[in-house]
Write a protein that binds this ligand. Structure first.
Ligand code: ACO
Length: 329
């Protein structure tokens, strides 16, 4: 349906209360606050309790977003959860969240697009709403990454944290809403960030446990190179599709929070002032699908994003996958 604009009716987020600081990590692996801060920008991250699953984090964020949209769970017609740490392989975490919030009328599914998952989910929800199939959609990026973190591997354990961000999407009036969506992938690089075991390739066994293959494995410096190039290109493509005359028209960049150095390099290449980037990496680390979702909700709640602002969501992750979305708030 041409002419239908889809936008954000409400946003919300939730992070677990327990903080793990760089000083705490110094006691666990051979690292230092100085190394983590200068190489990544991270000072602390949130850790969900043992009895808390991804759906529990998603539930809190979802209820906050539904309230912000002035709706009730029974009004929700579609739930999409973006996550690489589902409660279990199946059923989908979306079905578990549906049950937890009582959104009985919603269709439910998960998507797996790592750190770009929230953007992929927004893009899917936009199409369902534009096509007139659903009036609204609850989109949640939620992760308990600490469940797949190897606490003996200093290359990865300092980077990740837990959290969830949610948005209720629906039709909007006037010139606001999503102006452009650009998604992409490069499967030739599927090996550089992965969870090797537990799927059909390497089912769980004593051997996979002994070899620590149920933890995330990452080739950090490889990813770094791809991230800067891809996030720059994606941001520029989305700005072009949206018809912006120049990147200076962007008021706020809400990026995936993988590394402060990546984000500063991307801003410089696109030609956007660093002050326009919204950062929360220092408080939360990398929360994969949840990073951009939490950052958007925080920026809106803190009034860093205001009515009429042009914002760029820009994310990149394991797959490789990427996405950029321009929104008029
Ligand atoms: N503390 C101290 N030293 C460390 C630590 C640590 N926590 N981790 C690594 N080092 C050491 C390494 O062992 C290496 O030592 P060596 O030279 O003696 O071998 C040295 O620091 C440099 O390692 P590099 O990997 O070259 O460090 P780099 O500057 O690349 O920073 C980092 C590493 C932070 C991981 C960076 O590469 C990065 O941010 N990569 C991108 C990650 C990313 O984008 N992920 C996105 C997707 S996430 C998702 O989809 C879930």
């Amino acid at each position: 349906m041409e002419g239908v604009r889809v936008g954000f009716l409400g946003v919300g987020y939730f992070v677990p209360p327990k903080i793990l600081s760089n000083a705490d990590l110094e006691k666990m692996v051979d690292t230092s606050d100085a190394w983590i801060t200068t190489r990544t920008g991270i000072k602390e991250r949130r850790i969900a309790a043992d009895n808390v699953a991804t759906s529990d984090l998603a539930k809190e964020a979802a209820l906050a977003a539904i309230k912000d949209a002035d709706l009730t769970p029974l009004d929700i017609e579609l739930i999409i959860i973006a996550t690489i740490t589902p409660d279990m392989q199946f059923p989908s975490t979306a079905c578990i969240v549906q049950d937890k919030i009582g959104a009985k009328k919603a269709a439910c599914f998960d998507i797996s697009a790592a750190c770009a998952g929230y953007l992929y989910a927004i893009a899917i929800a936009e199409q369902f709403i534009k096509a007139g199939i659903y009036k609204n959609a609850l989109v949640v990026g939620a992760e308990k990454l600490t469940a797949i973190t190897d606490w003996s591997d200093r290359n990865t354990c300092v980077l990740f944290g837990d959290g969830a961000g949610a948005s209720v999407m629906g039709k909007v009036e006037g010139d606001k809403g999503i102006l452009s969506v650009y998604l992409g992938a490069d499967g030739t690089q599927h090996d550089i960030l992965k969870l090797p075991a537990g799927g059909s390739r390497l089912p769980a066994s004593h051997k996979t446990v002994d070899e620590r293959l149920h933890y995330l494995k990452m080739s950090g410096s490889e990813l770094f190179k791809h991230a800067v190039k891809i996030m720059t290109e994606a941001g520029e493509r989305a700005a072009k599709i949206a018809g912006l005359n120049s990147p200076q028209e962007i008021d706020c960049v809400i990026p995936h929070q993988a590394n402060v150095r990546i984000l500063n390099a991307v801003a410089k290449k696109i030609g956007i002032a660093e002050e326009k980037i919204y950062f929360n990496i220092e408080r939360y680390g990398n929360m994969s699908s949840a990073s951009t979702a939490v950052a958007l909700a925080e920026a809106v709640i803190a009034k860093r994003v205001k009515k009429g602002d042009i914002i760029l969501l820009d994310a990149f992750g394991s797959g490789l996958v990427w996405g950029a979305i321009i929104i008029k708030w």
